[in-house]
Design a protein around this ligand. Structure first.
Ligand code: GDP
Ligand code: K
Ligand code: MG
Length: 288
């Protein structure tokens, strides 16, 4: 019997959804950072074995929308929910569990929920007990303690998920890893470095758009725009004499080379587009 279905990874910002997606599919598809709201899109990660195919959706963490980009991010969460055969509610064992329990209200009643308590590499038995109590009389069908980062107990999580996956032929060809094109991942890897290199609010004002993506003999030439909302932000991205931008370019290029398995020539430009996060035309142009 072959099974196939859709699994929605759901949780608060920073619960570890993107880390878990990467661990499950064995490839770095989703960018990860200690900052909340790093993930802005729905990204599919597809795990295919001879017996089953699981299509995971990584989505932005649940937030109260403050600008149009936020609204779009939350719409992608809703879309993923509607398609799901099962929801994995990912909890950060180190956060307060009660507000995380409220997320259950957002799951339609007919969709089964597996509770995955993450970051148990850092949480004690006490905490796990407390979480168990809190979810005792809820719709959660099963609870699995995991560490996405240390890849602990993921086989148990897969078993729990598969119990809710119907018999079905595969949805995607067996060598498909994701639904996104290469240039999407290139833009994401650049964006990840922005989250790592620049402090506080700056990453939230930034978008990345890949322009040229061209294979030339032994190397791939890529140009990308880094879009910010204000001139002052452009100055920060550039840094003194362009030093920060060069550092950003170096780090991004190394990761892109690893991802596509080819040498890369990366050219970055910084552009100012006032209030792009609230502008439908810009949002569309930047892939949101
Ligand atoms: P997301 O916002 O839910 O997608 O969370 P991320 O995957 O971006 O992870 C947020 C932060 O938590 C990152 O710094 C991760 O390295 C960290 N993290 C994720 N899973 C674990 C885990 O199992 N243990 C520990 N200690 N940290 C984790
Ligand atoms: K994050
Ligand atoms: Mg994420």
């Amino acid at each position: 019997m072959h099974k196939a279905g859709f699994v929605h990874l759901f949780g608060l910002p920073n619960a570890g959804k993107s880390t878990l997606l990467n661990a499950l599919v064995g490839e770095k598809l989703a960018i990860v950072s200690p900052k909340v709201q790093t993930t802005r899109h729905r990204i599919l990660g597809i795990l295919t074995t001879p017996d089953y195919q699981l299509v995971f959706s990584d989505t932005p963490g649940v937030v109260e929308p403050r600008y149009r980009l936020h609204e779009k991010m939350m719409a992608t969460v809703k879309g993923a929910m509607e398609d799901a055969d099962v929801v994995v509610l990912l909890l950060d064992a180190a956060f307060e569990p009660a507000p995380q329990r409220e997320l259950l209200d957002r799951v339609p009643r007919d969709i089964p929920v597996v509770l995955a308590v993450n970051k148990t590499d850092r949480a004690g038995e006490e905490k796990l007990k407390e979480i168990g109590e809190l979810f005792k009389d809820t719709a959660v069908s099963e609870t699995v303690a995991i560490s996405a980062l240390k890849q602990q107990n993921l086989d148990r999580l897969l078993e729990a998920i598969l119990r809710h996956i119907p018999e079905s032929p595969a949805y995607y060809p067996e060598d498909t890893l994701t639904d996104r094109p290469m240039r999407f991942f290139v833009a994401e890897l650049i964006r990840e470095k922005i989250y790592q290199l620049y402090r506080e609010e700056l990453p939230y004002h930034t978008a990345v758009v890949v322009g040229q993506f061209e294979e030339k003999n032994t190397l791939t030439k890529i140009t990308a725009d880094i879009v910010v909302q204000r001139e002052t932000q452009k100055g920060i991205i550039l840094g003194e004499k362009g030093k920060m931008l060069r550092e950003l370019g170096t780090r991004a290029r190394q990761d892109i080379e690893q991802f596509i398995g080819r040498k890369v020539f990366l050219e970055l430009h910084v552009k100012v587009r006032g209030k792009w996060r609230d502008n439908e035309i810009f949002l569309k142009e930047y892939g949101y």
